[in-house]
Ligand binder design. Structure first.
Ligand code: NA7
Length: 285
């Protein structure tokens, strides 16, 4: 670990909080910024310092990670008042780990370059548990030297970091894998509902799925959530609805893709803040 490296972290939501904490626990000095200040308290208690604005954060850090909701959040943080691009600094590495469109990454990478910074898109596969345990899969777009610069931090955050190509490649890979997540989530929910409607017990279906080739960690966790009626968001349904919109905008127009896109858009207004597997409740009606 390079103890002279000062890190910055923007976005302390469900994912950003455990991810930034892992870097603090590894011994890096980390300064944090979150739009809603109350979320900074827990990180301050863990040893982080805070910055008053994205610009102030960039000024004091060598490398800044972002983990926020969507394209709009990224646009606000980069180009808003006291935003990243207003920092009086250059030569910083900006690592955007949020799931956003390839287009906004290309745009922000260009603007960053004009200010002498380097940008990587580095969205992740995995949710809270993987974030807490450093088991995320990190999909990266950008150039090799920047990737190498971020690699020690990626090793702390994930079990795998792959450089996939130019800026936006990480975002494209993330949209592809989350399309599969959409298929699987709706598929699992429909399978369990079908079985239940035919008088089968959910516990028995769980056992059958877990012992067959279709079983995996995801089906186990989500099946248990359904049985326990625990829909607290490990991955909020609104984020998957957003990812499917982005995938559609990138040209996803397959039979399953179209159905899953529409199902999650319909469910979002009422179930958006609950976990993705709450799609089951939408399908029940
Ligand atoms: P959360 O828990 O919904 O957290 C979202 C974060 O993004 C949170 O820190 C928000 O700040 C921040 N945010 C949202 N909009 C803005 C704007 N406009 N400006 C600044 N900051 C903003 O998301 P997750 O941690 O579950 O997921 C993060 C990403 O990973 C997302 O792309 C997922 O699809 C995958 P707030 O606290 O609301 O002030």
């Amino acid at each position: 670990m390079n103890s002279h490296l000062q890190l910055g972290w923007i976005g302390l939501g469900t994912m950003g909080t455990p991810m930034s904490r892992r870097l603090i626990e590894a011994g890096y000095p980390v300064a944090v910024y979150n739009r809603s200040k109350d979320k900074e308290e827990a990180l301050r208690a863990s040893g982080a310092t805070t910055a008053d604005s994205p610009a102030a954060l960039v000024q004091q850090a060598d490398m800044v990670f972002l983990m926020v909701s969507d394209d709009q959040a990224i646009r606000d943080l980069f180009t808003g008042p006291q935003g990243i691009l207003e920092a009086e600094a250059s030569g910083k590495l900006l690592v955007n780990m949020s799931t956003v469109s390839p287009g906004i990454s290309e745009e922000m990478a260009n603007l960053s370059q004009q200010k002498g910074h380097t940008y990587l898109d580095a969205p992740v596969s995995g949710s809270v548990k993987q974030a807490e345990t450093g088991q995320l899969v990190i999909m990266v777009g950008g150039d090799e030297p920047a990737f190498q610069r971020a690699q020690p931090m990626f090793e702390r955050l994930g079990k795998l970091a792959l450089l996939l190509g130019s800026i936006g490649s990480g975002n494209r890979a993330k949209l592809a894998i989350n399309t599969l997540l959409g298929f699987y989530t709706q598929g699992l929910a429909e399978t369990l509902l079908f079985a239940q409607q035919h008088g089968l017990k959910l516990e028995d279906m769980q056992t059958i799925i877990a012992n067959g080739a279709m079983g995996n960690v995801y089906s186990k966790i989500k099946g248990e959530a359904i049985m326990g009626e625990n829909y607290q968001a490990a991955f909020a349904l609104k984020h998957l609805a957003k990812d499917l919109r982005l995938a559609k905008a990138e040209g996803l127009n397959t039979p399953l893709g179209a159905v899953v896109h529409d199902t999650f858009q319909q469910a979002e207004p009422t179930l958006g803040d609950q976990d993705v597997i709450a799609i089951l409740k939408h399908l029940q009606h």
